[in-house]
Ligand binder design. Structure first.
Ligand SMILES: *Cc1c(COP(=O)(O)O)cnc(C)c1O
Length: 395
């Protein structure tokens, strides 16, 4: 049989055809009225997509570049910061903050878990200058409660900047960025926005802009104040990734159309879509007697699943790729071989979700313990028929 290559990875994600066309058609010089118009519109659309009144910036880098920018712009060497870490991306915050000389206190949760009640609050005090966390930890499939973390920060560490890596959270999770007191929120082009890797975007609060005037960590390419100045004129500080900006503009247009003229509605539908695909996948896993890696606080961005006992997850990853062209992610770091991850971020639909579940059943059926073909598919179809539970839709 033919094998179409399909990505089910938590970044990069499948490309939106309209964005690919826009990208290949773009032949732009960045110091022109044409580009300034495109850039200005894209920043305004991103602001609506994020759902913030704060300034939005675009950087030509992967998501980690914006994470580094948050650290260097908001901290000085020696600053006391708190990192909330429950996986590989939480550890990236810790490493970044240490690299730039912060005094890091880490609140850890085990891989697959989120932070136990009270543990975040206990680590906070008025001396804390910044708090770093993920909205969704892509290495484990767990969702963190950004609202509760924001409340704790405001109660106990009023001066701290709250910085949220929502690189897989944006477009998969309801995030009331301004209401929850998020000072910096970060996204990446290769996740829910359905374009290739290469752009990071971030919203920055007024408080954060003021903080940048006092901090002394070294920064040059990622000096956000330079970007803000340039953005006000419809430009970027350095040569922008023009074709990716054209792709991003097309993706945001697609979401506005999906929201019948409202980008915010289109974004909410994209979030509901991810929630729906995730609910179908979790139902299928349960029916196939596969355990979830993050059952207590599962993200809609991706579902991390344990293989059957005695099976290396790499076997499932390889089976899906070799037999069906379906690319799912293995575990990262110490989790390699122990779990596999199916993403629901961005341009996925019902058929993609049933497709990967059907393929997973075929792969499982070829293993020693086998599986009843159709059991996962049936559970996923039932989950779809029931719709997304209200409690999830309202989050
Ligand atoms: C993808 C991802 C990143 C950023 O990775 P880059 O490779 O730098 O784009 C950071 N955090 C999370 C949670 C992610 O999923």
């Amino acid at each position: 049989m033919l094998k179409k290559k399909r990505l089910f990875t938590p970044g990069p994600t499948p490309l939106l055809p309209e964005a690919q066309v826009a990208m290949s058609a773009a032949s732009l010089h960045h110091r022109t009225a044409e580009f300034r118009q495109l850039y200005t519109r894209t920043l305004a659309d991103l602001r609506e997509f994020i759902g913030t009144a704060n300034d939005v910036l675009l950087l030509a880098s992967s998501g980690t570049g914006a994470m580094e920018a948050a650290v260097t712009n908001l901290t000085s060497p020696g600053d006391k910061v708190v990192v909330l870490s429950a996986g590989k991306f939480g550890e990236r915050w810790r490493d970044l903050a240490k690299t730039f000389g912060c005094a890091v206190a880490t609140v850890s949760a085990e891989y697959g878990e989120t932070f136990a009640e009270g543990t975040v609050e206990a680590a906070l005090s008025e001396e804390v200058r910044a708090v770093f966390v993920q909205a969704t930890e892509s290495s484990t499939g767990a969702r963190h409660d950004v609202r509760a973390i924001g409340e704790a920060v405001r109660r106990r560490a009023g001066a701290a900047m709250l910085v949220v890596d929502a690189i897989t959270g944006l477009g998969t999770t309801r995030l009331a960025v301004d209401e929850w007191g998020v000072d910096v929120i970060i996204g990446g082009s290769q996740k829910a926005l359905m374009v290739p890797p290469g752009l990071a975007y971030m919203a920055v609060s007024e408080r954060a802009w003021r903080r940048m005037e006092e901090t002394s960590s070294p920064r040059y390419y990622f000096d956000l104040r330079k970007e803000r100045k340039a953005a006000a004129k419809g430009e970027s500080a350095f040569t922008p990734a023009t074709s990716l900006v054209a792709a991003l503009a097309a993706a945001l247009d697609y979401l506005r159309e999906a929201g019948e003229g409202s980008l915010a509605v289109g974004r909410d539908r994209l979030v509901d879509n991810a929630e729906g695909c995730a609910a179908m996948t979790r139902a299928a896993a349960a029916a196939l007697e596969l355990k979830l890696f993050a059952p207590r606080s599962p993200a809609a961005a991706l579902t991390a699943i344990l293989p059957p006992a005695g099976v290396e997850s790499g076997k499932i990853v390889a089976g899906l790729r070799e037999q069906f062209g379906a690319v799912v992610a293995n575990g990262q770091g110490e989790m390699k071989g122990k779990l596999f991850r199916i993403a629901h971020i961005g341009y996925y639909d019902y058929l993609d979700t049933l497709g990967v579940i059907g393929a997973l059943e075929q792969v499982l059926a070829s293993l020693p313990n086998g599986v009843e073909l159709g059991a996962g598919l049936r559970a996923a179809q039932r989950a779809y028929a029931q719709g997304v539970p209200e409690s999830v839709a309202a989050r």
